[in-house]
Design a protein around this ligand. Structure first.
Ligand SMILES: C[S@@+](CC[C@H](N)C(=O)[O-])C[C@H]1O[C@@H](n2cnc3c(N)ncnc32)[C@H](O)[C@@H]1O
Length: 280
């Protein structure tokens, strides 16, 4: 087996990444870049080192080089309009006695997705006065997470999807770009989480965004992750996938919300089987 196939198998094992053979040239170029940066000349030796498990930093670096972190603020618009218009008002009513909401952005890339959510929640301050709203944002890529935590975005990035009033309200111009306001940054708990691994310890959520990540995985991985997400989601919770992603053939646990591409709720029969555990 050559080094490329070995690497492809390793990425599939570790992060569920399926490499489209049409992307082979670009993946090989990324592989050559990591190898050169880390002082390897023999691809077999490089993959052996990755597989040995002795060098987690090298594995992190390789994963970072291979994943696609394309994202933008308020991506696809409709799901975020649904958050503001349906999801948060309904959950506010349903949780009025607990006054606690948990939202998880499960593949947050460089942070535009959780910051978009944080802006919506902040914009609804009056409705959520006295509430605790936890926003957890995770990704497998350490580099993406470091950028997300930093909260510094280029002119190009803030021009993609972010309405000007939001830019002026929540960002400050610095020499290096636009810095997100500290209170939004502080509202988000960023963590490194690999969706292929067990994420049960995170507890239950009212809203899970798992957008534009399952599309890089094979059908079995998608099924497995959707099954585990279903178990973590409150019976009346909401799952958001990318606007072009489907659950057809992957799970019967969810139903689509007509008129809102990418917005799913538990199938009514399923709700009865999901126990809501209130997180402490
Ligand atoms: C295309 S971005 C999507 C970002 C955002 N959710 C959006 O829709 O704009 C895909 C992200 O999934 C992350 N990712 C890939 N495999 C992952 C895994 N096994 N566990 C967690 N995150 C993963 C990548 O690092 C990347 O940041």
């Amino acid at each position: 087996m050559n080094a490329f196939e070995d690497l492809a198998r390793l990425l599939d094992d570790r992060i569920g990444m399926t490499i489209d053979p049409r992307r082979r040239t670009s993946i090989e170029a990324r592989l050559a870049g990591v190898m050169a940066d880390c002082g390897f000349s023999d691809p077999q030796e490089f993959v052996r080192r990755l597989r040995s498990g002795l060098d987690p930093a090298l594995l992190n670096r390789t994963v970072d080089a291979m994943v696609t972190c394309e994202t933008l603020f308020f991506r696809d618009r409709a799901p975020f309009e649904a958050m503001r218009g349906i999801v948060l008002p309904k959950l506010r009513e349903a949780r009025r006695d607990f006054r606690n909401l948990r939202i998880w952005s499960a593949a947050c890339a460089t942070g535009q997705e959780p910051y978009s959510i944080a802006m919506i929640v902040d914009d609804m301050t009056r409705e959520f006065a006295g509430w605790r709203v936890d926003i957890i944002a995770s990704d497998v890529s350490q580099t993406a997470l470091a950028a997300a935590r930093k909260g510094l975005f280029s002119q190009f990035e803030v021009q993609r999807g972010l309405p000007t009033p939001m830019l002026l309200r929540y960002f400050r111009k610095e020499a290096a770009g636009w810095r997100v306001s500290e209170h939004l940054q502080a509202a988000i708990d960023f963590r490194q989480i690999n969706l292929v691994s067990d994420f049960g310890a995170l507890g239950h959520f009212d809203v899970v965004l798992c957008r534009n990540v399952l599309m890089y995985m094979d059908v079995e991985r998608r099924r497995d992750i959707l099954r585990r997400l279903s178990a973590q989601l409150a019976p009346d919770g909401y799952l958001l996938l990318g606007a072009t992603e489907t659950i057809v053939g992957l799970t019967d646990d969810f139903v689509a919300t007509p008129g809102f591409a990418g917005l799913f709720t538990h199938r009514p029969q399923k709700r009865a089987n999901v126990r809501l555990v209130v997180n402490s």
